[in-house]
Design a protein around this ligand. Structure first.
Ligand code: C2E
Ligand code: MG
Ligand code: MG
Ligand code: MG
Length: 291
């Protein structure tokens, strides 16, 4: 009897697993069709310099206008795409779209000028270990005419630590002039010390640390900023929603901020306006006297 019950459970488990796999492959098929059918679009969230409030760049974030489902956020479909090579197609599309958008926004073509805004694209770990990633980035830059210095690739820390191939690809990309940012820092197992030897320019502190009211988290953020600076890295705080968070980050010498306080991610036609409004909100309440 026990055996029969065990078999029954196993069958139930098989059934649930099969249903999940079917659901996933249906979702993957829908993503592939959506990508081919022009259902994907990018929204842009400005990133601000803490001291001046100026926009130093934009992060491109994908949205899927899926017929019958409304706008699907990336957390609901990137995972399914990452389970197959589909993610590389998706990343390639994002790279092409984001680089040509920034190229179109630029006042004049040609080499990057100091202080000119950048565009950041999220690269999936699966794509980063793919042998084509370096060529994919180069192709997007060539097609758009965007200087490499104006593109930033955001990668999560876990990928870098466990994979020598990912590391090697990033080093090659960085040598071409592209900026590299570690996204969601603090959620994985990387220590800041490990970052010293990594091909990285920027550290993005995960939103969970910024949103936290715990005094220990506040201390931790201060320590992360301090250590990152010691290694010559630029620090961005993600998910800044409250003026007090911005003030705390300013006191801790954080370089850049991104979050709903300044601007939500917006469609490209609104991005310039959002950037201007956000400058006001990112400005210090009592500006220090300038010399
Ligand atoms: P991420 O790269 O860490 O992006 C930041 C996420 O935080 C975005 O969510 C953004 O809308 C959200 N956010 C920004 N400011 C605030 C804030 O003040 N408060 C709160 N609560 N949230 C804020 P989104 O757009 O839903 O993206 C989620 C994740 O999906 C991204 O995290 C990234 O890992 C992934 N993703 C987004 N676009 C792409 C893409 O084009 N390609 C790939 N491979 N992954 C993407
Ligand atoms: Mg990101
Ligand atoms: Mg992030
Ligand atoms: Mg994230």
């Amino acid at each position: 009897r026990a055996k029969a019950a065990g078999r029954g459970r196993a069958e139930l488990f098989d059934e649930a697993l099969r249903a999940q796999l079917v659901e996933r492959s249906e979702l993957q098929a829908a993503i592939a069709a959506g990508l081919a059918g022009g259902e994907m679009r990018l929204v842009y969230q400005p990133v601000h310099d803490v001291r001046s409030g100026a926009v130093i760049g934009y992060e491109a974030l994908i949205r899927w206008d899926r017929p019958g489902h409304g706008t699907v956020p990336p957390d609901l479909f990137i995972g399914a795409a990452e389970a197959s090579r589909l993610i590389c197609d998706l990343d390639r599309w994002v790279l092409a779209e984001a680089t040509s958008q920034l190229a179109a926004w630029r006042d004049a073509p040609g080499p990057a000028r100091p202080g000119e805004p950048t565009v950041a694209v999220n690269i999936s770990g699966r794509h980063l270990v793919d042998s084509r990633v370096v060529a994919d980035v180069a192709a997007a830059l060539a097609a758009s005419g965007l200087p490499a210095e104006l593109l930033v690739l955001e990668v999560t820390e876990t990928v870098l630590v466990d994979d020598p191939t990912a590391y090697e690809h990033l080093a090659t990309l960085r040598a071409t002039g592209v900026g590299i940012a570690i996204d969601d820092f603090g959620t994985g197992y990387t220590s800041i010390g490990q970052l010293r030897s990594m091909p990285v320019d920027t550290l993005k502190i995960d939103r969970s640390f910024i949103a936290s009211d715990e005094p220990s988290h506040r201390t931790l953020v201060g320590m992360m900023i301090h250590a990152a600076h010691a290694f010559g890295l630029t620090v961005v705080a993600e998910g800044v929603e409250e003026p007090c968070q911005l003030e705390a980050l300013r006191a801790d010498s954080c370089d850049q901020v991104q979050g709903y306080l300044m601007s939500r991610p917006v469609p490209p036609e609104e991005a310039a306006g959002a950037a201007d409004d956000g400058v006001q909100r990112a400005r210090p309440q009592h500006p220090a006297p300038t010399r």
